[in-house]
Design a protein around this ligand. Structure first.
Ligand code: OGA
Ligand code: NM2
Ligand code: ZN
Length: 377
C-alpha cells in the first residue's frame, strides 16, 4: 500500500505485465500494451507519434506505483516512464473472461425488429433535422439502432436528397451518379428501372465495399402498387440461426459472387459471404441480391446442396410477412437504410410514369462520426 491510496499494483511474469487494482476489480495489462498506449506518445489531437518498432521488443515494467492518483509506470530497458489515469485503464481493459456469445451476435447498440416494431418507429420531419441538433441526433441514432429511419416533409424537388445526406455525411458517387433516378425506363440496364417488383435486397453487393447506406426519396408515386418493403437482415439471421445453426455456418463460411455489367465500360464484380461474421462471430453484414448474383463456385460440391437449402431458407425468411414491413412512399417522404443490414424492395406497379424516386448512396462511418460528435462522445 502507498499510504492512503489503493493497493499497490503487482508486477507479473518478471514485469511482462502488471495487475492493477481498479474500481471494478484487478485488471492485468501487458508492458508492451501500456508502452504502446502511453499518453505522451500522442499529439494533442490524439494521433499516435510512436510506432511499435520504436518500442524495444524486450519492454518490461520495471516499476509501477500510484502517484497522485495516477498509475506511474517505468519501463525496462530504457527507463521511459508513462502515467495512466485509472478511469482510462478501466475503460480500456481487455482483461475479461473470454466471452463466447453464439455466432451471429450483435452489440448492445443494435436492436432487431420485425414488421410490427418497424411500423411503430418514428417518422422524422426534415425541417426539424435541419434546425434542431437533438432531432438530427435522434434520427441518426435510429439508423444506428435499427438500420432504418423514415422521413417526411422533404422538398419534392430533384436533388433534395443530396442536401439530406449533407446533414450527416458524404454522398458516395458511383457509376449510377451522385443521385440516381429510379423510374421505369425504355431500355433498362437495371431491373430497378422497370415496373417490376423487386424482392427485398441489399444494393450493390457487386462493389467492394458495397455502399453502407442508401437513401430513397419519393418525388411521385401515383401508381397502383409501388409499395416499399424493408426487412431487418439481422432479424432474419437470428431466425436462421435458431432454426439451423449449420445453415448460418455455411452462408458465412463460403463466398457468394455478384456482378453488374449492364452498362458500357462497367464490369463490377465482388465475392463475399451472404452473411458476414467477424472473427469472433459478430454479425457484421448481409448481402442478398438475386438480380446481381453470379454463379456460386466457392462452395465445395459436397456442401452445395446444404448451402442452397440455407440460402432458400434465408430467402423465405426475407418474405415472411411477420418480418417484412410494407409502406407506400408519398412525395416528400424518404427512408434511409443501413445497406449492410436492412434489405429493401418494392412491389410491382402499374405502368405510366407515375412513380419517381431518387436514390443516393453514402457510408455509415460518416453518419456514426456525426452522431458521436452530436452525442459529445
Ligand atoms: C432499387 C430499389 C426501390 C424502389 O432501385 O434498387 O430498391 O422502390 N428500388 O423502386
Ligand atoms: N440502382 C437503382 O444493387 C443494385 O443493382 C440495385 C441500384 C440502379 C442504383 C439497383
Ligand atoms: Zn435497391
Amino acid at each position: 500500500m502507498d499510504g492512503e491510496g489503493p493497493p499497490t499494483p503487482r508486477l507479473l511474469d518478471e514485469g511482462a505485465a502488471v495487475a492493477v487494482p481498479l474500481a471494478g476489480g484487478e485488471r492485468r495489462f501487458h508492458a508492451i500494451w501500456l508502452r504502446d498506449n502511453a499518453p505522451a506518445s500522442r499529439t494533442a489531437a490524439g494521433q499516435k507519434l510512436v510506432t511499435l518498432l520504436d518500442i524495444p521488443a524486450e519492454t518490461r515494467i520495471a516499476q509501477a506505483t500510484w502517484q497522485g492518483g495516477v498509475l506511474r509506470v517505468v519501463f525496462h530497458p530504457d527507463g521511459a516512464a508513462a502515467e495512466f489515469e485509472p478511469d482510462w485503464l478501466a475503460a480500456n481493459t481487455y482483461d475479461r473472461p473470454p466471452a463466447a456469445p453464439p455466432p451471429g451476435w450483435t452489440g448492445p447498440e443494435i436492436e432487431r425488429w420485425d414488421a410490427a416494431r418497424a411500423a411503430g418507429l418514428p417518422v422524422a420531419r426534415y425541417g426539424s433535422l435541419r434546425q434542431d441538433p437533438a432531432a438530427l441526433r435522434a434520427f441518426l441514432a435510429d439508423v444506428r439502432r435499427f438500420g432504418l429511419a423514415r422521413l417526411a416533409d422533404l422538398p419534392v424537388t430533384p436533388g433534395a436528397i443530396e442536401d439530406l445526406v449533407t446533414l450527416f455525411g458524404y454522398v458516395r458517387e458511383t457509376n449510377y451518379g451522385r443521385v440516381f433516378d429510379v423510374r421505369a425506363e425504355v431500355e433498362p440496364g437495371n431491373l430497378a428501372y422497370t415496373e417490376l417488383g423487386l424482392q427485398a435486397h441489399t444494393d450493390n453487393p457487386y462493389r467492394d465495399p458495397p455502399p453502407s447506406l442508401q437513401v430513397l426519396a419519393c418525388l411521385a408515386n401515383s401508381v397502383d402498387g409501388g409499395e416499399s418493403v424493408v426487412v431487418d437482415g439481422f432479424a432474419v439471421v437470428e431466425r436462421l440461426v435458431a432454426e439451423d445453426p449449420r445453415g448460418l455456418s455455411l452462408l458465412s463460411a463460403r463466398c457468394a459472387r455478384f456482378e453488374y455489367a449492364a452498362e458500357a465500360g462497367v464490369r463490377l464484380r465482388a465475392k463475399a459471404p451472404l452473411v458476414e461474421l467477424g472473427p469472433d462471430g459478430e454479425l457484421l453484414a448481409v448481402r442478398f441480391n438475386n438480380r446481381s448474383a453470379a454463379p456460386i463456385v466457392d462452395t465445395p460440391f459436397d456442401e452445395m446442396a446444404d448451402y442452397y437449402a440455407a440460402y432458400r431458407r434465408f430467402a423465405a425468411l426475407i418474405e415472411d410477412p411477420a418480418l417484412a414491413f410494407r409502406f407506400k412512399l408519398a412525395p416528400g417522404e424518404a427512408f434511409i437504410v443501413d445497406n449492410r443490414r436492412v434489405l429493401h424492395g418494392r412491389t410491382a406497379f402499374s405502368s405510366g410514369g407515375g412513380r419517381w424516386l431518387q436514390g443516393c448512396y453514402a457510408d455509415r462511418d460518416g453518419l456514426l462520426s456525426t452522431l458521436r460528435a452530436l452525442e459529445g462522445d
